[in-house]
Design a protein around this ligand. Structure first.
Ligand code: ADP
Ligand code: MG
Length: 241
């Protein structure tokens, strides 16, 4: 289980001045649970995810896994898989090379077995020898997901992983993504500014505004009982997008 305990992230904003990106956020994610962080651009979602992952220092607070602080552990020792909007694939390697990237310590046969298993999981069986630059945007993000999941991270952290894709593909992929994360028994923190995406992927959604976690609950709870008028306004479906 992940526990985020009273985490604050400050950025320097000039001599003696600080910008509070994340303001005393606490939340828990149970093993096997998918939690989305939802909120408008600039509300601190990425800063919180990066702080939990170890990519950003905590100004105060703690991050615990199964009751033990990981706040002093470097990123690669936390055992968290990361995925971003731009999948950051290695264009000079084929799909299998990308998916097997985190498995370099394993014997070749085991690595190949795991790569094939991951490609099947994300619906790209047989794509191992394809060059990355021949893939569509959606296929690339599936490869990025397979690469993050391959080393069996104890937790997945995804920051707007579908935001670079068009809406139709996004709506389709988010449903697949939930199933893939479920099939992998993944515990996940999924950052998005898109309420439809949050609703489709998450067991619970945490709504962030101006650095604070203002409400967390199941999608049904949130839409039935928004805690503030800001949350209510934000959750109201946009007229078009
Ligand atoms: P979100 O992911 O919800 O869009 P961010 O966490 O990226 O929000 O940003 C939260 C706030 O922190 C914003 O005001 C942003 O400008 C600021 N911020 C983000 N990253 C940095 C940084 N590396 N240095 C200084 N300020 C930053
Ligand atoms: Mg962000």
């Amino acid at each position: 289980m992940l526990q985020v305990s009273d985490v604050t992230v400050l950025y320097p904003a000039g001599p003696g001045e600080w910008n509070t990106a994340v303001d005393g956020v606490s939340l828990e994610i149970a093993t096997g649970e998918i939690v989305a962080l939802l909120g408008p651009s600039g509300c601190g979602k990425s800063s919180l995810l990066r702080a939990v992952a170890g990519l950003e220092p905590l100004s105060s607070g703690d991050v615990l896994w199964d009751g033990e602080s990981v706040a002093r552990e470097p990123v690669h020792k936390r055992g968290f898989g990361l995925m971003f909007q731009d999948g950051q694939l290695f264009v000079h390697q084929d799909v299998a090379g990308n998916v097997g990237y985190g498995l370099f310590r394993q014997p070749r046969a085991e690595r190949e077995r795991r790569v094939a298993e991951m490609l099947t999981l994300v619906g790209l069986a047989g794509y191992g020898e394809r060059r990355v630059d021949t893939l569509s945007g959606g296929e690339r993000q599936r490869v990025a997901l397979a690469r993050s999941l391959a080393p069996a991270p104890r937790m997945m952290m995804l920051d707007e992983p579908l935001s670079s894709l068009d809406r139709a593909l996004r709506e389709h992929l988010v449903v697949e993504m939930r199933q893939i994360l479920r099939d992998a028994d993944a515990t996940a923190l999924y950052v998005t500014h898109d309420q439809g995406e949050a609703r489709a992927i998450a067991d619970r959604i945490g709504v962030m505004m101006a650095g604070k976690l203002v409400q967390i609950g199941t999608p049904d709870e949130l839409w039935a009982n928004p805690a503030t008028t800001e949350v209510e306004a934000f959750l109201a479906p946009a007229p078009s997008d």
